[in-house]
Design a protein around this ligand. Structure first.
Ligand SMILES: Cc1ncc(COP(=O)(O)O)c(C=O)c1O
Length: 445
């Protein structure tokens, strides 16, 4: 009610907006933040987080949560890791941004080049969106072709190409995407090499790149899928881009390149790379990366890749501190063990409650996919209801995407989350039984 009243009284309310917001942030969020959110992916419950430590976060009313959002993935060491905090504080006192060359960014670029795989040179940016955008531009400039093959259901950020194919559609899932961008996208099916071969047969000569999440969302590639993709790209002169924004330093220190043993031409990093601060990178073969060299600015295929805060030293020291922790012996074995425990537990809960669905992911990632063939669209409603209950039980996760596991989660916390998930599923099913069919679809805008 308060929310409605505030909307109605907006014109007449003489108080400054900041006063109203300070007194009732929940009521005002929808007024000043579009959709009451910072992103296109909103939690089903409004939670204002105030602080985090390790695997836990606290909201502004002091409520504690076990955090499986981890800031949408970057915080693989958990919140406020002492080594990261110390490195950031030290760098901040020396200056927060230079734009010019700085030692931490150089050191981080060197670390990326040292990882076995395709990276010979690097250019930094601030977000994963920029990294995939720049990689595609490099591929287009290098090949002199325009079309890019992407996969239905993939996600590569917020730029035009990324929005095509997202959420499983072979079309733009956002307004404002020009038809020319759609014309340049070729959409194939992940893990279906036949669909890729078909696309290559039709568009091969005009394809600049294949942009792929090597583990698409949380779905592992079939054993032959990535090697065959690399082979097809090589024989058609198409640039293979691995979007490792999510998988980089998560599946293994060397990301999906190491984990699946396939080498692309270009790779995009983000999330963990900046240790919780904004940082991303595109890297790859020298002959492609060199197109972004400012010394070639007058060449016809020079590639413009720039950003005010690119190669930011504060983000770079956070990234370096994070990578140093991840290189300690046994880290990835531990992360994989925790992830497996979570996936096994969640799958047991689904089957114990007779819920149609599956748990996917590998390494420190678990994603629940509800499917209820008896009720079209009910997977969405079920997911939202379970997610809401889970949060109210003190487990912060975004079931639309996944559970991220950090190095600091304990087995007891994983088990707590599994039990909370089971209880949330049970409560949702009981309510559904009493209330009848739930709504099928999210409301149309
Ligand atoms: C695979 C992948 N690529 C790109 C992005 C976009 O990164 P950002 O949100 O930093 O722009 C994301 C974000 O979740 C991602 O998961």
């Amino acid at each position: 009610m308060a929310q409605i009243a505030l909307h109605v009284d907006r014109q007449e309310d003489p108080r400054p907006r900041s006063t109203v917001i300070a007194q009732s942030p929940e009521a005002c969020a929808d007024d000043v933040l579009v959709g009451g959110s910072n992103s296109a992916f909103a939690l089903p419950v409004k939670v204002y987080l105030e602080r985090g430590s390790g695997s836990r976060v606290w909201d502004d009313s002091g409520r504690e949560y076990i955090d499986f959002l981890l800031a949408s993935g970057p915080l693989i060491l958990g919140h406020a890791h002492p080594r990261v905090c110390e490195a950031v504080a030290r760098q901040l006192s020396k200056g927060s941004a230079f734009h010019a060359l700085n030692r931490p960014a150089l050191e981080l670029a060197t670390r990326l080049v040292e990882i076995p795989g395709c990276v010979e040179m690097v250019r930094f940016a601030s977000t994963g969106t920029e990294a995939t955008l720049h990689a595609v531009r490099l591929a287009r400039a290098y090949t002199g072709r325009d079309k890019v093959l992407i996969f239905a259901g993939s996600y590569h950020g917020s730029h035009d190409l990324s929005i095509i194919g997202h959420r499983g559609a072979a079309r733009a899932t956002s307004g404002g995407v020009p038809s020319s961008a759609i014309d340049d996208a070729v959409v194939a099916k992940f893990n279906d090499i036949g669909s890729v071969e078909e696309s290559f047969a039709i568009h091969g000569a005009s394809l600049a790149a294949v942009l792929v999440e090597p583990q698409q969302r949380s779905l592992d590639p079939l054993p032959e899928f990535l090697p065959r993709l690399a082979q097809l790209c090589r024989s058609a002169g198409v640039i293979l881009i691995f979007d490792e924004v999510l998988t980089g330093f998560r599946l293994a220190f060397g990301g999906a390149q190491e984990y699946y043993g396939v080498e692309p031409d270009l790779v995009c990093y983000g999330k963990i790379l900046g240790g919780g601060l904004p940082l991303s990178a595109v890297g790859g073969r020298r002959e492609i990366m060199r197109l972004a060299d400012p010394a070639l600015a007058s060449a016809p295929n020079f590639v413009h890749i720039s950003g005010t805060l690119s190669g930011n030293p504060v983000s770079a020291v956070a990234g370096l501190a994070t990578l140093a922790e991840l290189e300690e012996p046994g880290v990835y074995e531990h992360l994989h063990r925790l992830g497996k425990r979570l996936r096994t537990g969640l799958a047991q809960q689904l089957s114990a409650h007779g819920i149609a669905g599956s748990v996917v992911g590998s390494g420190p990632i678990a994603a629940v996919e509800f499917s209820d063939p008896g009720q079209p669209g009910s997977g969405l409603a079920l997911r939202e209801a379970v997610n809401r209950t889970l949060i109210l039980r003190g487990v912060l996760a975004q079931l639309e995407t996944r559970f991220y596991v950090s190095l600091l989660h304990t087995e007891a916390e994983i088990d707590f989350a599994v039990d909370a998930f089971g209880a949330a599923v049970r409560a949702t099913m009981e309510y559904r039984h009493l209330a009848g069919p739930t709504r099928d679809h999210a409301p149309a805008l």
